[in-house]
Structure formats: structure tokens, C-alpha cells
Design a protein around this ligand. Structure first.
Ligand SMILES: Cc1cc2nc3c(=O)[nH]c(=O)nc-3n(C[C@H](O)[C@H](O)[C@H](O)COP(=O)(O)OP(=O)(O)OC[C@H]3O[C@@H](n4cnc5c(N)ncnc54)[C@H](O)[C@@H]3O)c2cc1C
Length: 416
């Protein structure tokens, strides 16, 4: 998508979307489809173009069908049936994502840069655009609207909007402007993330979580033949290289037939926080995606939850702006989506704690419990439903609109 010049920014709009990561792009598509006047800004001159989130779950794909991207994502991704938990060579638990009641009964592996490209292309096909190189510095809100102070290539600017949505990631300026707390903490370990080419001993493609005394290693194949590796380490190097990733696999991966890393396509390290915004709305300011919730990558839930946030908030804002729902219905965003994030945080936290147990007795107990669980089909199905997001469709479902008595008047701030 061609980046717009900052000088083409309108002075006012109905919805200002701050951030054009996956959630901001998905929200913009939803608003565009509904014919809502809106502006998307991002401080980066171009997208981040890094691999990061690599799995899209069934529920997310079901919901993304509403913004017309599910087919394209599926066509580019790699479908996997199995998510297995192992302790070195010992298989503890196999979870199958086949046979679920969805059009997307699999784990879809796809690097985040490809997901963002599919979203950006869809937005462009609808005539939408992102105003890049535009950073929101501050926001104020009154009874009638929001005013954002921007830093652009051609100098400071101001934009007024009825509503502003923070899709601006973990360090959200929108959240700060709204005075919304982001309670939680950070894990002690840091995480290494790498896409590598390697010789891998497991014949059947699957997402493998290796638990070991040394820490957690996740290995999953990507559509281009490379593998995604995520691992916990006490202190990760800034740019993990072949030797670093090999050492992680040697310490935590299969022992009898080990993987051999050939080269690193992309690598990074990051510290993982687990935080949930205390509210998703403060009057005219809204939060979605990482601005509202961050957590461990265990289970690959982060981007998924944000994409669903966007697909729920878009139609909700459209209905309120179009007079099909009363203003008070905007609280549905928080009523639906905050509990969804709370569930995801709980799930990712439990998985991370189980995966990073160091005490040998505790680890033996955990492994025994997984062996038993592996034979209890209903319990396994419950885990699959939670991981796939299919356990919470009601948290992505707006109730039928109940029209407002009259269309909300244009705010005085905008009319002035
Ligand atoms: C190294 C790494 C690895 C990850 N691995 C995984 C994984 O394996 N699985 C998973 O599910 N998730 C993973 N994540 C998380 C995943 O990348 C995020 O959940 C996802 O990117 C969130 O999307 P978002 O659109 O909410 O926010 P972001 O992708 O953070 O996008 C926010 C956007 O807002 C823009 N912005 C910020 N402030 C301003 C401002 N003031 N003005 C204008 N624009 C602004 C930024 O430039 C950015 O483009 C990983 C993240 C990192 C950093």
C-alpha cells in the first residue's frame, strides 16, 4: 500500500485509529466495509515487516471471514492438525485440531508480516490507506469529541474525531491519555524467537512444545519450509545466531535424534509481560490489541485476540455512528472483549508456568498428569477449544442492534 503523505491528513473524522499493526489494519477494514469515515495513522514510515506472531487459530479465522481476509490467509498459510507437548523424547500430550465445528479446523501457520500484508492489501482494495510517519503525541477528550496532537513529516498537526481507538501496542499513548491502568508484571525469563532452516527429526509436521529442565522450546514449521523456534532463556542474546539456537535445541529439544540448525532467517529476543488494561473504554477512547492485553506467546494467542477485538469494535462503532445502536452500546466492547483477554491471559500464563517448572519433583508430577490427561478425550477437547478460541464465540458476538431513538448529533467540537 502506498503510504499517504501527512499533509493529506484531514482535520476531522469520525474515528481516529492510532496504530496500523494487525489490529489497526483489521479495524480499518471493518470500518471501511461499513462506510465509516475514519483515519488510520502510524508513526512508522513502513510496516514492521517481521515474522513475530506465527499462528492463526480457528476462531480468529472464523471472525476474520467478516473482513474478507480468511481465504487469502488460509491460501498462504500452512495447515497443521497437531499440537504436541513433549519432555525431550517423551511425548506427554497430543492435541488434534481436526474435526472441530468450524470451517477452519486446523492451526494455520503464517508469519505476522504476511498476515499484515494480506490485511494491508485488503484495505487498499477497499480504497483505504494508512497515514504513515504520523505519530500521536497527545490526546484530549471532551463531551463532544477527541482532539489528537500529531507529529508529522511536515510538522505538528491536529486532528479531531468523535472517537479514537488505541491500536498502538503495548506502550499505548491512547491508554495513557485515557488514564487506564495496565496491571500485571513481566516474566523473569526472556524469550528468544527465530525462524531457521534446519534438519528436523520429527517426520509429521506439528507444533511441538518441549518442556525440559533447561526451559521451554517451541518448534513449528512455517509455510516456506523454515521453522519457527521460540524458547525461554535466562538472558537472551540480542540477535540469536545459529549457535545460540542450536544450543537451545540441544538443551531442550529431542535427544535421541536432535535437530540441526542450518541458518537463521530472522531472530529476535523479547521480554514477556502479562498485563490487562483495567478498562477497554474511557468515554470516547477505546483500546484493542496489545494496547489492551499482552501475555506470553505460549499458545500463540496475542495477535489472535487483538484481531478479534478489531472485528467486534469495528461494526459496533459503525452501528453507533450510524444510529443503529445507542451510544451506551459502546460498552459492549469491554463487556465482550475484556473477559476474552482475561481467559487468554489465564491460558497463556498456565501454559508458561507449566513449561518453565524447574523443580524436578514438580516436573515429574506434571509429566505424569499430562500422561493421564492424554487419555481423557473430553479434557483434551476442552484444551483444544480454549486454544483455538472456539470456546468463546459468544465473546465475539454482538447482540442484534437496538436502534438509538435518533442518530447522535455531530459533536460541537467537530462542528466548530
Ligand atoms: C518479538 C516479538 C515476538 C512475538 N511473537 C508472537 C507470537 O509468537 N505469537 C503471538 O501471538 N504474538 C507474538 N507477538 C505479539 C504480536 O506481535 C502482537 O500481539 C501483535 O503485533 C499486536 O498487534 P497490535 O496491532 O495490537 O500492535 P502492534 O503490532 O504493536 O502495532 C502497534 C502499531 O502502533 C504504532 N504506534 C505506536 N504508538 C504510536 C503513536 N503514538 N502514534 C502512531 N502510531 C503508533 C506502531 O508503530 C505499530 O505499528 C510477538 C511480539 C514481539 C515483539
Amino acid at each position: 500500500m502506498t503510504p499517504s503523505l501527512a499533509r493529506t491528513l484531514p482535520a476531522q473524522t469520525d474515528v481516529l485509529v492510532v496504530g496500523a499493526g494487525p489490529t489497526g489494519l483489521a479495524l480499518s477494514i471493518a470500518l471501511r466495509q461499513a462506510g465509516v469515515d475514519h483515519v488510520v495513522v502510524d508513526k512508522l514510515a513502513s510496516g514492521q515487516n517481521t515474522s513475530r506472531a506465527a499462528v492463526i487459530h480457528a476462531h480468529t479465522l472464523d471472525v476474520l471471514a467478516s473482513v474478507g481476509v480468511a481465504g487469502d490467509l488460509v491460501a498462504r498459510g500452512l495447515k497443521l492438525d497437531t499440537f504436541s507437548i513433549r519432555d525431550r523424547d517423551q511425548r506427554l500430550l497430543d492435541l488434534s485440531f481436526g474435526g472441530l465445528d468450524t470451517d477452519h479446523s486446523y492451526l494455520l501457520m503464517l508469519p505476522q508480516d504476511v498476515t499484515e500484508k494480506v490485511l494491508a492489501d485488503r484495505l487498499a482494495s477497499l480504497g483505504g490507506t494508512v497515514h504513515r510517519g504520523v505519530s500521536v503525541q497527545a490526546l484530549t477528550q471532551g463531551d463532544s469529541g477527541v482532539e489528537a496532537t500529531l507529529d508529522t513529516a511536515s510538522g505538528p498537526a491536529v486532528i479531531r474525531a468523535r472517537y479514537a481507538v488505541g491500536a498502538d501496542g503495548m506502550h499505548s499513548v491512547v491508554r495513557a491519555a485515557a488514564g487506564i491502568a495496565f496491571d500485571g508484571g513481566a516474566y523473569g525469563e526472556s524469550f528468544v524467537l527465530a525462524d531457521v532452516h534446519m534438519d528436523w527429526p520429527l517426520a509429521k509436521p506439528e507444533v511441538s512444545l518441549f518442556f525440559s529442565a533447561a526451559g521451554l522450546v517451541v518448534v513449528a514449521p512455517l509455510p516456506d519450509g523454515s521453522y519457527r523456534i521460540v524458547a525461554t532463556v535466562a538472558d537472551a542474546p540480542e540477535k540469536p545466531d545459529v549457535a545460540d539456537i542450536q544450543a537451545l535445541l540441544d538443551a531442550s529439544g529431542p535427544r535421541r535424534k536432535a535437530g540441526k540448525v542450518l541458518d537463521v532467517v530472522w531472530s529476535s529476543r523479547f521480554r514477556v509481560h502479562h498485563r490487562l488494561a483495567s478498562a477497554y473504554r474511557k468515554d470516547r477512547l477505546f483500546l484493542i490489541g496489545d494496547a489492551a492485553h499482552v501475555h506470553s506467546p505460549a499458545g500463540g494467542q496475542g495477535m489472535n485476540c487483538g484481531l478479534v477485538d478489531a472485528c467486534v469494535l469495528g461494526p459496533l462503532l459503525a452501528d453507533v455512528i450510524g444510529g443503529r445502536r445507542p451510544e451506551a452500546a459502546l460498552d459492549l466492547h469491554q463487556t465482550l472483549r475484556r473477559p476474552a483477554a482475561a481467559q487468554v491471559l489465564g491460558l497463556a500464563g498456565r501454559l508458561t508456568r507449566l513449561a518453565t517448572m524447574h523443580n524436578p519433583a514438580g516436573r515429574a508430577l506434571r509429566n505424569a498428569a499430562f500422561h493421564i490427561l492424554d487419555r481423557v478425550a473430553p479434557a483434551k477437547r476442552k484444551i483444544v477449544m480454549n486454544l483455538s478460541g472456539l470456546a468463546r464465540p459468544q465473546l465475539a458476538q454482538l447482540p442484534p442492534p437496538r436502534p438509538a431513538l435518533r442518530r447522535p448529533a455531530a459533536p460541537a467540537l467537530l462542528a466548530s
